[in-house]
Write a protein that binds this ligand. Structure first.
Ligand code: PEP
Ligand code: MG
Length: 324
């Protein structure tokens, strides 16, 4: 089976009735950088910049960051590389910047930290722009966004970083700017966000955690932590629908996109770009190639009308068995 899946890695990721799905990879660790050499991918959908930050003894400087980012950008060019600004707090901390608080997942996390430390954010933005000189594949993604004012603030900082680098003589252009959809509040203000960003990326890991009020790392409540819960599936379907209506490109970069069944549901909801850890590529590609768009759409329609996780899973299992 493995060798069969491997042999499909150079084939296009499209459904049996011809709908192309773009498959991207999540990176952060240097070893994953080039992915599998034969696999067809459409770029990096999520580069978690906190990973290299974790491997340092102190905040890496602008030149050091620029060197790391350049490796990613040049390594994958001309394919797009979506770089997420530092996403620490919650379950991720830096040895040289400890964050200790009760309810860490509801606290000082992601963009909230870097907006309180604009000097850290500015160095990172400048490093990203510097690394992208002469290339046009950089996209910048903001984690843990809650309000559109936060995005406006970053947008101003980005303009300032661009101006500074141009004054230094660099030829840099403004990259596309996007937000993670992982705080449920964002779902109800997509229109406002559509006015200030270029793309959305759904973080299904945190979205699941926050919609269900279930700590994603707590074993006591792990049975509840499930992206197939009816409320999560409905939220995901709504995001796909609203993004399309608003004309904003949307992708999914949480673990759900790397799960073959999850990926098919997302395709049925309307998602056309999925980003996952490289080891999941082959099975997701195989699942997509064996499914039809009409089939997964029907499946999603049925799945969305279920009221329990058990029913939803049973239904999906039953329908998929009939496909084989
Ligand atoms: C997510 O929340 O789904 C996500 C992709 O980001 P992380 O897992 O790094 O929080
Ligand atoms: Mg997240």
């Amino acid at each position: 089976l493995i060798s069969m899946l491997e042999s499909e890695q150079s084939l296009p990721s499209e459904t049996s009735d011809g709908q192309r799905i773009r498959l991207m990879i999540n990176t952060g660790l240097a070893v994953e950088m080039s992915g599998s050499p034969v696999a067809r991918i459409d770029g990096v959908g999520l580069y978690r910049t906190e990973v290299p930050f974790m491997m340092h003894q102190r905040f890496p400087g602008e030149q050091e960051q620029a060197r790391l980012y350049r490796e990613q950008l040049a390594g994958f060019a001309p394919l797009p590389v979506v770089m997420r600004t530092l996403d620490i707090g919650g379950d991720k901390s830096l040895p040289y910047f400890p964050i200790e608080e009760d309810n860490a997942f509801l606290g000082w996390r992601g963009l909230r930290v870097t907006l309180d430390h604009p000097e850290v954010l500015m160095v990172q933005l400048r490093a990203m722009l510097r690394a992208a000189e002469g290339l046009d594949n950089l996209r910048i993604l903001l984690p843990m966004v809650t309000t559109f004012e936060e995005v406006e603030t970053v947008s101003r900082l980005l303009d300032r970083a661009l101006e500074e680098l141009r004054e230094e003589g660099l030829k840099v252009q403004r990259p596309l700017l996007g937000i993670m959809i992982e705080v449920p509040a964002v779902i109800y203000q997509l229109e406002a966000f559509a006015g200030c960003v270029d793309f959305f990326s759904v973080g299904s890991n945190d979205l699941t955690q926050y919609l269900l009020a279930v700590d994603r790392g707590n074993a006591r409540v792990s049975a509840l932590y499930d992206a197939f819960q009816p409320a999560v599936l409905r939220a995901l379907a709504q995001i796909a629908r609203d993004s399309r209506r608003l004309g904003v490109p949307v992708s999914v970069c949480g673990e759900l996109a790397g799960d073959p069944v999850g990926a098919l549901l997302l395709v049925g909801m309307g998602y056309r770009v999925l980003s996952m850890n490289a080891p999941n590529l082959s099975r997701v590609r195989a699942a997509i190639r064996r499914a039809s768009l009409s089939g997964v759409r029907e499946l999603v329609d049925e799945a969305l009308s279920q009221e329990s996780l058990v029913q939803t899973r049973a239904l999906i299992f039953e329908r998929m068995e009939a496909w084989e």
